[in-house]
Design a protein around this ligand. Structure first.
Ligand SMILES: [Zn+2]
Length: 213
């Protein structure tokens, strides 16, 4: 059984998730957004106090609010593999520039240890985390599905009654809508959606109430 914990970090109120296997304590972090020293300590303390063995750091995409904590986590938990899509590397390399534009500081992120594809095998204990290619908000955004728990982490693709913005570099609304219809809306209706910002929702709720769909 996998368990998760949500943190809300940084000036953009980004959701950072820790997901772990109750039996083996193997863990991953999705989009470490910790920005201040206090947020970094909060995340580190949580991992240590729960005796979690951090195996992976996953980035759904590489807008700065989703990658602020990459450098910190890699420095603290060196054996954890940073995994993200090839198409996101340009954004990751430009995150320093993104930060400057907002007047924020940025700890330069290391480059990925492994490139994410839909074939990437991510296991916590015996539990599988399935990457789903869901571009449109950015060129190479992925969602992460945990079938055994009926949950899906959707980054900035699908929000509660909203969708990701597409006016930034690499954004394309038609592609984003296709990602949601073709991938996420094919998941069972009861699947719980855990987005990169805001509250959780379900596929059935979004099919009924999402005004963009
Ligand atoms: Zn984003």
């Amino acid at each position: 059984m996998l368990i998760y914990k949500k943190f809300v970090f940084n000036p953009f109120s980004e959701n950072t998730f820790v997901l772990w296997d109750k039996t083996t304590f193997e863990a991953l972090v999705i989009d470490p957004g910790c920005y201040s020293g206090e947020e970094e300590s909060e995340l580190e303390r949580f991992l240590i106090q729960n005796k979690l063995n951090l195996k992976y750091i996953l980035n759904t995409h590489c807008h700065l609010d989703h990658v602020f904590g990459n450098a910190f986590l890699k420095a603290k938990f060196n054996s954890a593999k940073l995994i993200l899509a090839e198409e996101e590397v340009t954004l990751l390399k430009g995150a320093d520039k993104q930060s400057e534009m907002f007047g924020l500081t940025f700890n330069t992120s290391p480059l990925p240890d492994e490139i994410l594809t839909e074939q990437t095998e991510i296991f916590l204990g015996k539990m599988k985390v399935v990457p789903l290619f869901t571009p449109g908000h950015t060129l190479g955004e992925y969602s992460f599905l945990v079938e055994t728990n009926n949950i899906c982490f959707t980054g900035d693709v699908l929000f509660c009654e909203s969708i990701g913005r597409t006016d930034l570099w690499g954004g394309n609304q038609a592609i984003l809508i296709e990602s949601i219809r073709g991938k996420l809306f094919n998941l069972p209706d009861e699947t719980v959606i855990l987005p990169g910002h805001g509250e959780e929702t379900t596929i059935s709720h979004e099919k009924k109430y999402n005004p963009f769909m």
